[in-house]
Design a protein. Structure first.
Length: 186
């Protein structure tokens, strides 16, 4: 049995975990293996069972990916999923879509380490972002820049914020400030 490398080779690590979980323990007798095979239910049949019970039965977030369960079918809260061990990468592998961000509360973005770059992996549009009703401060904390906002179709007219907030949070960089100070003429 190979041990997974949880470093840079995440795909290889996940495949090693899946392969290790598929192997039966060598010390079980034929009768025990047969009983174990028929006694264990498949994960899709157990959806709705508490995540604590699933964890006690040996399921991990990667099992949801292996059984190709889409994020739409997950009946659990974000808090429960985070406690179970789900990361945002797991959610993306389970076809997490921009409309699923509506399930998030503000604390979940930090808890799941979701920022602008992670949000862009879901093919987020400016309309999806506006529907989330973030304040300019929250967008700034999520590391949204004006270039990223423009990349998803934002314009000064369709973003719901004042011109001063746009200037303060998204257009003024330290390099622009230094250039404007250096250009001062007497």
């Amino acid at each position: 049995m190979s041990l997974p490398d949880l470093g840079t080779h995440q795909t290889l690590a996940l495949n090693a975990i899946i392969d290790a979980r598929r192997q039966t323990p060598p010390e079980l007798s034929v009768w025990e293996r047969t009983r174990h095979f028929f006694a264990r239910k498949q994960l899709p049949q157990l959806l709705g069972t508490s995540l604590t019970t699933l964890k006690q039965q040996g399921f991990i977030p990667e099992d949801f990916i292996e059984f190709e369960i889409p994020w739409d079918k997950i009946p659990y809260s974000i808090d429960d999923c985070a406690a179970f061990g789900f990361t945002f990468d797991h959610m993306l592998a389970m076809n997490f879509q921009p409309h699923h961000f509506k399930q998030f509360e503000w604390r979940h973005y930090r808890q799941m380490r979701v920022d602008a770059d992670a949000m862009l992996k879901t093919c987020l549009s400016v309309h999806d972002l506006i529907a989330l009703k973030f304040t300019p401060q929250q967008l700034h904390q999520l590391k949204w820049s004006w270039a990223k906002l423009k990349g998803i179709g934002a314009t000064p007219e369709n973003i719901n914020m004042s011109a001063s907030d746009q200037q303060l949070y998204f257009k003024q960089t330290t390099q622009q400030v230094q250039r404007s100070i250096g250009a001062f003429k007497f």
